[in-house]
Design a protein around this ligand. Structure first.
Ligand code: SF4
Length: 205
């Protein structure tokens, strides 16, 4: 019988992965970071310039905003897992393409299975589409949905709020609801979720 995954094993595989074209331009892959038993898991889009340089998620301006948001609910980034849909930087920070998301989805799925978080917060439309295909983030942001016994909370990507100042208050308000959601899941035993949605269903609006 094979031994269970660890985050370290998954990260080793990510760092040497050549499953999609994004490995050609990466400096460092970004597996994600945080405790293996984190209750909260944040899933963003993919590495940007600074992440590619450092091999760590959310270390640029969007990362600083995410840390600020976590602070507003009494958390630090060390207490949560922070990862991305894709682990290597797309050239020029373009959107990830469908075949790249599909090629990378096994790593994210294994991370989720290993961490087994009680709450998953999707940041931006690409991670949202994994759970809410065809939904619009402007319609469902901040609204938690039970998927089996895990709460999935779609939110705007912090970078979107930095580019569009009117979204900052929206994101802050969505974050302010997280303690309530965390409270809701405290006594829940998490049942592992179904495999990811068919990537072909992702909404590319
Ligand atoms: S983005 Fe994902 S699938 Fe593509 S090379 Fe990097 S780790 Fe592999």
């Amino acid at each position: 019988m094979s031994s269970p995954d660890t985050l370290e094993q998954i990260a080793v595989e990510i760092k040497t992965c050549t499953a999609c074209r994004l490995h050609l331009g990466r400096k460092l892959a970004v597996p994600g970071e945080g405790p293996a038993d984190a209750d909260l898991m944040f899933i963003g889009e993919g590495p940007g310039f600074h992440e590619n340089e450092q091999g760590r998620p959310f270390v640029g301006a969007a990362g600083r905003f995410l840390e600020e948001l976590l602070e507003t609910i009494g958390l630090t980034r060390e207490q949560v897992f922070i990862g991305n849909v894709i682990k290597c930087r797309p050239p020029g920070n373009r959107d990830p393409q469908m075949d790249e998301i599909e090629a990378c989805s096994g790593f994210l799925e294994r991370q989720i299975q290993t961490i087994n978080p009680k709450v998953i917060i999707t940041l931006g439309r690409f991670s949202m589409a994994r759970y809410f295909p065809k939904a619009r983030i402007s319609t469902i942001h901040g609204q938690a949905k039970w998927i089996r016994s895990r709460l999935i909370v779609p939110m705007y990507h912090p970078a979107a709020a930095l580019h569009q100042p009117s979204l900052r208050e929206v994101v802050r308000n969505d974050f302010a609801r997280l303690p309530e959601y965390i409270e809701q899941v405290q006594d829940q035993d998490v049942v592992q979720e179904e495999p990811p949605s068919d990537p072909q269903q992702l909404s590319m609006f």
